[in-house]
Design a binder for this molecule. Structure first.
Ligand code: BDR
Ligand code: CA
Length: 317
C-alpha cells in the first residue's frame, strides 16, 4: 500500500476522520497541519490529542502554514468550538515527534518517493496552503503524488461559508488555484455531497451504548455530541454529517464512491460574491478534466467505518 500523508486543520470532523483512518488500518505515515478551523497551534495540539487518545505516539506531525497565501486568515471556531474540538476531554501528554517544517518535509517526502519510483497518496481536509507552497517551491514534487483526495469546494455552487464558496477553499483560494492547476490526480469531495451523508443522533448514541466508557469512547462521543449540537443550533434536527470523514472513507476504500464525474475545476479568484467558488467544467472548455468529483457514496459503508472508528480498541487499553 502507498504511503499516506494527511494534511489537516484540526477541527472536530478532522479528528473524526483521523480516528476513522486509524481504526481502518490506514494510519497516516505523516501528518502536516495547517491553519483553518482554528489557528495552526491549536490545530496541531488537536491532532496530537487525537493521536494520544488513539495510542499512536509514533506518527510524525509537522506544522505547516499558519496563514493563507494572499489574504488574512479566517477561522471556524463558531462551528468547531474555541479549542477546535468542541471541548472534548483530552489527555495531557503529547509524546509524538513534532516539527515546524511541514512544507519542507512534504516536499522531501514526495521527492524521496519519486527517487524510489514510488507515489504517496495525500488526504487534505483543510485549506490547501501547504501543498500550494510545496508546488511553488519545488514544482516537480507533484511527480511524487499518487492520488490527492480533498474535501473542499462545491459541485453545484452551494457554499457553506458564502452562498458560493466552501470553507476550505474560501480560507485560501489562491492556494486552491495552485493545486487545481497542478498536474495531479485529484478526487474532490464537495460540500453538497457531504450534506447527503448523515446519521441520526439516536443511532450514534445506540452505537456508544454498546461500547465501554473508556477515554477513547468519551473523547469520540464528545466529538459526535458537539457535531450534533452545531447542527441543532442551526435548526437542522438531531443528526451528524460526514464531511472530512467522508473524504477519509474514500481514501480507505475508493469503491465507497457510487457516483462520480470527471471535470476540470477552476477556482474563482476575483473579489465579490463568487470569490473562492469552484467552477466545474465537465465539457473540456476550461481544460482537460483533471478532477474526479464525488457525487454520491455508499452511506451504509461510511456509517460502518464510523462505527468501527468509535469501537476502536486502542493499543493502551
Ligand atoms: C470543511 O471546513 C471545516 O469546517 C471542516 O473541517 C471541513 O474540512 C467544511 O467546509
Ligand atoms: Ca477540516
Amino acid at each position: 500500500e502507498r504511503k499516506l500523508i494527511l494534511d489537516t486543520d484540526g477541527g472536530v470532523d478532522d479528528a473524526q476522520a483521523l480516528l476513522m483512518l486509524i481504526a481502518a488500518g490506514r494510519t497516516p505515515d505523516l501528518i502536516t497541519t495547517v491553519f483553518g478551523n482554528v489557528d495552526l497551534t491549536a490545530a496541531t495540539r488537536n491532532i496530537l490529542s487525537v493521536l494520544a487518545v488513539a495510542g499512536k505516539p509514533e506518527v510524525p506531525v509537522q506544522m505547516g502554514a499558519d496563514r493563507p497565501l494572499a489574504q488574512p486568515a479566517i477561522d471556524a471556531t463558531n462551528i468547531h468550538g474555541a479549542d477546535g474540538l468542541g471541548g472534548a476531554p483530552r489527555p495531557a501528554t503529547i509524546p509524538n515527534p513534532v516539527g515546524r517544517d511541514g512544507v519542507r518535509v512534504l516536499i522531501a517526502t514526495l521527492q524521496e518517493a519519486t527517487e524510489k519510483g514510488e507515489k504517496v497518496d495525500l488526504l487534505m481536509i483543510g485549506p490547501l496552503t501547504n501543498l500550494a507552497l510545496a508546488i511553488r517551491q519545488a514544482p516537480q514534487c507533484v511527480e511524487g503524488v499518487g492520488q490527492l483526495t480533498m474535501m473542499g469546494g462545491t459541485i453545484h455552487g452551494r457554499g457553506n461559508i458564502t452562498p458560493a464558496a466552501e470553507f476550505n477553499i474560501f480560507s485560501d483560494p489562491e492556494a486552491a488555484a495552485v493545486v487545481f492547476g497542478a498536474d495531479i490526480e485529484i478526487i474532490m469531495v464537495p460540500w453538497e455531497t457531504c450534506m447527503t451523508q448523515k446519521i441520526e443522533g439516536p443511532e450514534v448514541d445506540q452505537f456508544f451504548a454498546a461500547l465501554p466508557d473508556g477515554p477513547y469512547q468519551v473523547f469520540s462521543h464528545a466529538l459526535a455530541h458537539h457535531a450534533r449540537s452545531v447542527i441543532k443550533g442551526f435548526g437542522g434536527g438531531d443528526h451528524m454529517r460526514f464531511v472530512d470523514p467522508l473524504a477519509a472513507a474514500v481514501v480507505i476504500n475508493r469503491t465507497i464512491v457510487t457516483k462520480s464525474q470527471q471535470a476540470c475545476v477552476e477556482v474563482a479568484l476575483s473579489p465579490g460574491v463568487t470569490r473562492a467558488m469552484t467552477v466545474i467544467d465537465p465539457t473540456g472548455r476550461l481544460g482537460t478534466p483533471n478532477v474526479s468529483l464525488v457525487e454520491n457514496a455508499d452511506l451504509d459503508r461510511v456509517i460502518a467505518l464510523y462505527q468501527a472508528s468509535i469501537a476502536y480498541d486502542t493499543p493502551q487499553t
